[in-house]
Ligand binder design. Structure first.
Ligand SMILES: [Mn+2]
Length: 440
């Protein structure tokens, strides 16, 4: 084991034990090397552990102090503590049996007294990460820069009214792309936590959004200049921490990218809890971007319908997992993205084994979802029902409309020549729902 087996002595590597297993420290549905629909489960799902929740989360909330103390973490911002935490993290990834992880710059490495010292710290910590990657075969899914925690970013990073803050954010982005590239990461994510406003009266939205587009253009240009082949991703979220955030939801971001000539350069990282905060159903943005060829990666989590904030819970619902897996299969699988657990154990779940159980339960739910989606698609009944619903657009008048070969005049003439009401066609929603449930 990467950490000499010294951080989780009670936990054996998590193995596939089959659906009859009652051991919560085993997989019932996730058999990593099993081939289904022509691909190993590990390659369909590309599971990733996030560093920020799982190795920096301590249960702090606006009403209470930290509840979670990890035995390897002395709670200081020392370099020694950061390096010890990296060794614990790699042992966790390895025992869990995931292939990928993700991190923000400040998750792994302490900020120094100067920018140069901050960079030097990040170099030292990522040197150890590179060494442990080589030793374990674990890979970096994507990296990112935290441009929202430090007070300097309180009024935005690339959307800050002060160009010196923009410059500081640019320096942080450049360094974070450099270490992501060094670690062989397959993507770089922008989540604009402070890229929005608290009140419209002191905000010039057009200038701020223009500046944000400039930051993305600089990142794309820099990525190309150093030969970094990972994807640049934007992660939508409508609010929290800001009252309004510019990356509101997937459709908003796609329009923004198109407006600024970035559509072909930037993919989306979709987090279902953020989709829910935007007022959509859990699966909406995943299915939308998958169908449009813009789903780069997924931050696999969910919220609570009864709460209006981002609770970052692990997905355990089989119906939802099936909808996600179906979208992934229908787009042909991920190329450089994956299912990254941007999810945290509850602040009341304070045992070390809870970290494992939470990930195992969600990995298994998504693996069950994959198996369900494969049966649903191979059986073909539901896809055939959907195709039938739109069959009118496959020929004649419908085909002319769809292909742009019709006009208001031509359609008016058609209606006058055939002056009858269109038939009432049932939407059959309940039948679709009933058939979907056959595969769960
Ligand atoms: Mn996220």
């Amino acid at each position: 084991m990467a950490g000499d087996g010294s951080f989780f002595p009670e936990i054996q590597p998590i193995a596939f034990a089959g659906p009859e297993s009652d051991n919560v420290l085993s997989y019932r549905y996730y058999d990593a090397d099993e081939v289904i629909m022509g691909k190993k489960m590990r390659d369909w799902l590309r599971f990733s552990v996030c560093y920020w929740h799982t190795f920096r989360g301590n249960g702090l909330d606006p009403f209470g102090k930290p509840t979670i103390n990890r035995p390897w973490d002395d709670g200081t911002e020392s370099l020694d503590n950061a390096l010890r935490r990296v060794r614990a993290a790699f042992e966790f990834f390895q025992k869990l049996g995931v292939d990928y992880y993700t991190f923000h710059d400040v998750d792994v490495s302490p900020e120094g007294a100067t920018l140069q010292e901050t960079f030097d710290n990040l170099d030292k910590v990522t040197d150890l990460m590179l060494e442990l990657q080589a030793k374990t075969g674990i890979k970096l899914l994507w990296g990112t820069a935290n441009l929202f925690s430090h007070p300097r970013y309180m009024c935005g990073a690339s959307t800050n009214p002060d160009p010196l803050v923009f410059a500081r954010a640019a320096a942080q982005v450049k360094k974070a792309i450099d270490v992501t590239h060094k670690l062989g990461g397959q993507g770089f994510v922008f989540w604009g936590g402070r890229e929005g406003y608290a009140h419209i009266i002191n905000t010039d939205m057009t200038r701020e959004m223009g500046h944000y587009a400039q930051m993305l253009k600089m990142a794309v240009a820099y990525k190309k200049s150093i030969g970094f082949s990972g994807q640049i991703l934007v992660e939508p979220k409508p609010r929290e921490p800001m009252k309004h955030q510019y990356d509101y939801d997937a459709q908003t971001v796609l329009g923004f990218l198109h407006q600024h000539g970035l559509y072909d350069e930037v993919m989306l990282n979709i987090e279902p809890n953020h989709t829910q905060l935007a007022g959509h159903e859990f699966e909406h943005d995943i299915i939308l971007t998958a169908q449009m060829g813009k789903l780069g990666s997924i931050d696999a989590n969910t919220g609570s319908e009864s709460l209006g904030w981002d609770t970052d819970e692990f997905i355990v619902d089989h119906a939802r997992a099936t909808l996600i897996a179906k979208a992934i299969i229908e787009m042909g699988g991920f190329t450089q993205g994956g299912l990254n657990f941007d999810a945290k154990v509850r602040r009341e779940s304070t045992d070390v084994e809870d970290m494992f159980i939470a990930h195992i339960a969600s990995i298994d739910a998504l693996a069950k979802g994959l198996r369900n989606a494969v049966r649903l698609l191979e059986h073909g009944r539901l896809p055939a029902m959907l195709k039938q619903r739109y069959a009118g657009f496959d020929e004649g008048l419908g085909k002319q409309i769809e292909e742009g070969n019709s006009s208001l005049e031509a359609l008016t003439q058609h209606c006058l020549d055939n002056d009858t009401e269109p038939p009432v066609l049932s939407g059959k929603q309940e039948k679709f729902q009933a058939v979907f449930n056959h595969y769960l």
